[in-house]
Design a protein around this ligand. Structure first.
Ligand code: ADP
Ligand code: MG
Length: 483
């Protein structure tokens, strides 16, 4: 169901996203100043970043490599010639008075991204372009009652602006787009994807229309800093536009802000007031020319990316697409899974990683890198299930103890005496006792009350503290009761 219901019929949402991704590089786009997050204000500012008169920008080769790498990761065309333009506007935290960006000739052209949706479904979204640009500094309004301070550490840091086609139709698809994009950027090592620290920021463009109509007028919601908020903002904005149109009004193209406090958007500036940026090629920079060889070298160094890895997990490990998607969203998770699955039942390994392990990680807010149970230790636990030492039930208890104490499965089993009992002699003795104690029920069973079989199984399991091998218990009970 992708339509929104209004008072006068159904509406379709149309969504296009513009993402600013901070490029991983030790230096800025046009200067050698450092880029580490959280440094003391104004300690990472070169004369170029401060826009001192006469300073000249020099392009950072790593930033160019990272943009090409990202383009290749999104199966996009790479433009061997691109041009840096000046985008003129005044901000107190942008001392140049213009931002160096790319407009008509970006470094990366059209590409695609595949959304992983609920139920293992997928859908393709077009990437329009990626261009390189400088970030601005930061105004600090909360440090002094009447003064604003400026921190230029971020001024000149490399951003990639990644623009999508208006191809998404629901807030969930927008969420899936951002998750997938972040996943690919992290696999590539071109952006750390940290939305809280602002290294990934999203502007959401939203319009509504009747199915089959031309595109409606869009509003752009600026700088939303979490995936949940992006989805909330889009949902609110689409409903606002529908209500407006149904009441006889029209949507004005404008820039809006999301208020996470009450989940609404409000107008920031209309398109009529929009700046005329007077873009023109920066005379301090030559057109950027890269060679096909440079591109091919980067292509050859790309890692296996999420889509390919997911496909391989489906074909090599026999997993469903949804599980394969979960396991490959992060490279560290995929590596962890592969270590657990190596030489073991791959589906069982998948169940343990996506079930028990993800459960523990979610509950404690830990990433896979800080997992209290290592891949080798989880593999050891699965081995104990495979060789009959542990039943599935007992294994869950053992896992819980492993997560709490960081101990190996075999150690926990030893310490807690949790070993499964499969010896049929020992189990027969327990079965005999249960059948004696419930002689009345045995008579009922023999009189045709078949359902009591489960009761007997339960009693034997209880008597053995859950340690009896359920298969053997069933077998012995059948033998004793059937005869
Ligand atoms: P601008 O630079 O003014 O923001 P662009 O043409 O670059 O304009 O578009 C920006 C974003 O808006 C793109 O992600 C695009 O997919 C999206 N977009 C364009 N038209 C619509 C529309 N009618 N509804 C929703 N999104 C749209
Ligand atoms: Mg825009």
């Amino acid at each position: 169901m992708t339509m929104l219901q209004g008072n006068t019929g159904d509406w379709e949402m149309v969504i296009g996203l513009e993402v600013h991704a901070q490029v991983i590089s030790e230096a800025k786009l046009f200067s050698g100043a450092a880029t580490a997050f959280g440094a003391e204000p104004n300690t990472q500012v070169s004369l170029v970043d401060a826009a001192m008169p006469g300073m000249l920008p020099v392009i950072n080769r790593v930033a160019v490599e990272q943009a090409v790498r990202t383009g290749l990761g999104l199966k996009a065309e790479i433009n061997l010639v691109s041009v840096f333009d000046r985008k003129n506007y005044f901000y107190p935290d942008l001392p140049q008075g213009y931002q160096i960006s790319q407009f008509p000739k970006p470094i990366v052209g059209q590409g695609t991204l595949i959304l992983d949706l609920a139920g293992g479904e997928t859908r393709e979204v077009g990437i329009t372009r990626i261009h390189l640009e400088q970030d601005a500094g930061k105004s600090l309004h909360d440090q002094h009652p009447s003064n604003t301070f400026i921190d230029l550490n971020r001024s000149g840091v490399t951003l990639m602006e990644i623009v999508s086609e208006p191809d998404m139709r629901t807030p969930e698809e927008a969420g899936a787009y951002l998750r997938k994009l972040r996943s690919i950027l992290r696999y590539l090592g071109t952006c750390d994807g940290n939305m809280e620290q602002g290294s990934l920021r999203c502007d959401a463009n939203v319009s509504v229309r009747r199915a089959g109509d031309e595109l409606g007028t869009r509003c752009e919601i600026k700088n939303v800093n979490s995936i949940r908020f992006v989805q909330q903002a889009i949902d609110y904005e689409a409903r606002r536009q529908i209500e407006l149109i149904e009441e006889g009004g029209t949507v004005d193209q404008e820039t809006r802000l999301f208020d996470s406090g009450n989940g609404t958007t409000r107008s920031m500036r209309s398109k009529e007031e929009a700046h005329d940026y007077r873009y023109f090629p920066d005379p301090d920079l030559l057109p950027l020319e890269i060679s096909q060889g440079f591109v091919e070298e980067i292509r050859a160094s790309l890692p296996e990316l999420p889509d390919a890895k997911k496909e391989r997990f489906v074909s090599d490990y026999g997993l469903g697409t949804e599980d394969a998607g979960l396991l490959t969203a992060e490279r560290a998770t995929a590596d962890f899974y592969e270590e657990v699955a190596k030489g073991r039942d791959s589906k069982l390994a998948c169940n343990w990683v996506t079930g028990e392990l993800f459960g523990v990680l979610n509950k404690s807010g830990l990433g896979i890198g800080d997992s209290p149970v290592s891949a080798a230790a989880l593999g050891g636990l699965i081995d104990l299930i495979a060789d009959g030492t542990l039943s599935g039930r007992l294994a869950k208890d053992v896992f819980e103890a492993m997560a709490e104490t960081g101990k190996e499965a075999s150690v926990v089993v030893e310490e807690k005496g949790l070993k499964q009992v499969s010896d049929s002699g020992a189990i027969e003795a327990e079965v005999d006792q249960v059948l004696q104690a419930y002689a009345d029920k045995v008579a009922e069973y023999k009189g045709g009350k078949d359902k009591l079989f489960g009761f007997f199984v339960g009693q034997v399991m209880k008597a053995t503290g859950g340690k009896a091998n359920p298969g053997v218990v069933n077998e012995v009970l059948k033998k004793k009761l059937g005869g």
